[in-house]
Design a protein around this ligand. Structure first.
Ligand code: ADP
Ligand code: MG
Length: 393
């Protein structure tokens, strides 16, 4: 990669320099409390190296979708406290990410200290990649480091616009590590198994189209199963089907067939009449009228897990069922254990997929847990990530 990394940056020296780190601290937040903190933890190595090298570290991130104006429940302030605890050092906080408040907070920052800026998306200029907003961010920094892999597929002010305006730039350790591991999916040791699940065909269509001819086996689970079954005129009962995606599903099936690849659909299903904990459930091969598919069945789960154990490379994105409800989590759990048992390289991406793996406590047995959902999907399908491209100029 043409982009300099932290090694090079630190070799040149950053002592006393104002280093702006674009991290991805977009963690799930419930009533001001942080849920899964994986993304914060994944951001630490870069921050630790920079503070140890005596940089004045300015950390910036977005959180949720505040739509360009301040929204108290999406404040990053709780994340500053979590960072302070995990880094075991004081972390100051600026209630605005640009302007006099941010500038004053930066001025007070001593070498080796960390400042977290308030949610970038409290300003509409962030997502619009506005020139003035980008310039205001750039004015805070002598050095720019992008470590926000999860946002690298967005051309926003903090990931793209400000980059050419800062004299020195580098990729952080997390960003580099993500690219390194996900490249394995693009250039895999075969057989390559891709398991795709989750809620919608529509959000994963592009990756399916790109990977159906590339993967030796593409295994489908989750809610998108039923759109595929509907496209094949198989019974789906009252399962969630994206009617306007049936044509797309047929295209994916045809692309796999043309390339001589195997595309697997579930052969059995867990069905209920109401999607709620405690609902009466059945395991069926054909979904009866008015029943709703909520998980892949045990036969399908065993088959997918078996594929994962035999594969040399596995990429998994998207839960196999409504795993948030324990009774519908067995398929996701069996697949997760299969992926963990893969003797080759395993990569799992996606917010909900990571939550599932972490809940099972088997994250440490997966080769690489990608912190980026959308970004990892775009990268494995061979797209250029604007956040990476900006560093290369
Ligand atoms: P990721 O965040 O890992 O990319 P997605 O966001 O695409 O995954 O999908 C996760 C969501 O899909 C979960 O909330 C899960 O409940 C839902 N889901 C999975 N299977 C089904 C199903 N059969 N019916 C409805 N929702 C489902
Ligand atoms: Mg999700």
């Amino acid at each position: 990669m043409a982009v300099p990394g932290l090694d090079q940056l630190l070799a040149e020296g950053v002592r006393g320099a104002r280093v702006f780190v674009r991290s991805d601290l977009n963690v799930p937040m419930h009533d001001g409390r942080i849920g899964d903190d994986s993304r914060i933890r994944a951001s630490l190595p870069t921050l630790v190296r920079l503070t140890r090298a005596g940089a004045r570290v300015i950390v910036a991130s977005h959180l949720g979708r505040p739509k360009g104006k301040p929204s108290p429940e999406l404040s990053l302030r709780p994340v500053a406290a979590a960072l302070a605890r995990l880094l075991d050092c004081g972390v100051s906080f600026s209630t605005d990410c640009i302007g006099p408040k941010a500038e004053a907070a930066v001025a007070e920052l001593a070498p080796g200290q960390v400042l977290l800026l308030e949610n970038l998306r409290f300003h509409a200029g962030e997502e619009k990649n506005d020139r003035d907003f980008a310039a205001a961010l750039a004015a805070l920094a002598d050095v720019y480091v992008n470590d926000a892999f999860g946002t690298a597929h967005r051309a926003h002010a903090s990931t793209a616009g400000m980059v050419p305006l800062v004299p020195r730039v580098a990729a952080g350790d997390l960003l580099r590590s993500e690219l390194l591991h996900l490249r394995v999916v693009r250039e895999p040791e075969r057989p390559l198994l891709v398991i795709l699940g989750g809620a919608k065909v529509s959000t994963k269509l592009a990756v399916m189209e790109a990977l159906a001819p590339h993967a030796d086996v593409l295994a489908i689970g989750g809610a998108m199963t039923y759109t595929f079954l509907a496209a094949l005129n198989q019974p789906v009962g009252a399962s969630w089907v994206e009617r306007d995606c049936e044509g797309d599903a047929r295209r994916v099936l045809a692309a796999a067939e043309r390339a001589g690849r195997r595309l697997l659909l579930p052969s059995d299903h867990v069905v209920v009449q109401k999607v709620e904990a405690g609902a009466a459930r059945r395991v069926v091969d054909a979904i009866p009228e008015s029943w709703i598919g909520v998980d892949i069945g045990p036969r399908t789960a065993a088959a997918y897990a078996g594929e994962a154990r035999r594969a040399r490379t596995v990429f998994w994105n998207g839960p196999m069922g409504v795993f948030e409800i324990d009774a519908f989590a067995a398929g996701t759990e069996a697949v997760a254990r299969g992926v963990a048992a893969c003797r080759g390289t395993s990569v799992v991406g996606g917010g909900d997929s990571l939550a599932a793996v972490n809940r099972l406590g088997i994250g440490a047995r997966i080769g690489h847990l990608s912190t980026g959902g959308g970004a990892s999907l775009e990268y494995v399908q061979g797209l250029v990530l604007p956040g990476v491209a900006a560093l290369e100029h």
